[in-house]
Design a protein around this ligand. Structure first.
Ligand code: SF4
Length: 180
């Protein structure tokens, strides 16, 4: 049996988890999306300077970095982690990360129905939906909320239920400044 491999970036620190936790992020290369105004143009192609990994190698890559930085949250992004050439490794990687207790968000341009149909499980949050330039909004990530680049995109929980509105997820209540 051929072992599938994907190309992925080095792990970096990221604020892209919808909470106040710093996360480890890795970017998968390749994207079959067609978003006008793509924010990750370079990652749409197979970036040849990135190494190739199977799911176990990619897990070790993420876990070694996360242990050194004492991080428990992981962002899987791209490019497109659910590109047909990536989806099998991604599905298996999510299971390993989940088993080892990481909190995981996956960023994908696909709709949530695609995750359900393709048995993508073992994540805590999924950001779904293609960037739509006509619905663009100011991106915000602060201590209280996260706002996605376009209002048609949303966050979903592990039960595939939408947990944001118009791309805005409030994960901590703002103090009413008028009471201070
Ligand atoms: S899904 Fe992301 S990487 Fe792919 S075309 Fe859209 S913005 Fe670019």
């Amino acid at each position: 049996m051929t072992i599938k491999k994907v190309r992925a970036s080095k792990p970096f620190l990221s604020k892209d988890f919808p909470s106040n936790d710093i996360a480890t992020v890795v970017y998968f290369t390749k994207c079959n999306g067609t978003c006008v105004g793509c924010c990750n143009e370079k990652l749409r192609n197979d970036v040849e300077e990135f190494k190739e990994f199977d799911e176990r190698e990619l897990f070790r890559h993420i876990a070694n970095f996360s242990e050194r930085k004492q991080i428990t949250h992981v962002v899987i992004s791209g490019g497109e982690p659910l590109h047909p050439d990536n989806i099998d490794v991604c599905r298996a990687l999510l299971k390993i990360l989940f088993y080892y207790g990481y909190k995981i968000i996956i960023y994908t341009g696909y709709e949530i129905t695609h995750l359900i149909e393709n048995h993508i499980t073992h994540f805590h949050v999924a950001k779904c939906g293609k960037y739509d330039e006509t619905l663009s909004q100011v991106v915000i990530k602060d201590d209280y909320e996260m706002r996605l680049p376009s209002s048609n995109q949303d966050f979903y929980n592990s039960n595939y239920q939408k947990i944001s509105n118009n791309g805005i997820l409030k994960f901590k209540e703002r103090k009413d400044e008028s009471n201070n």
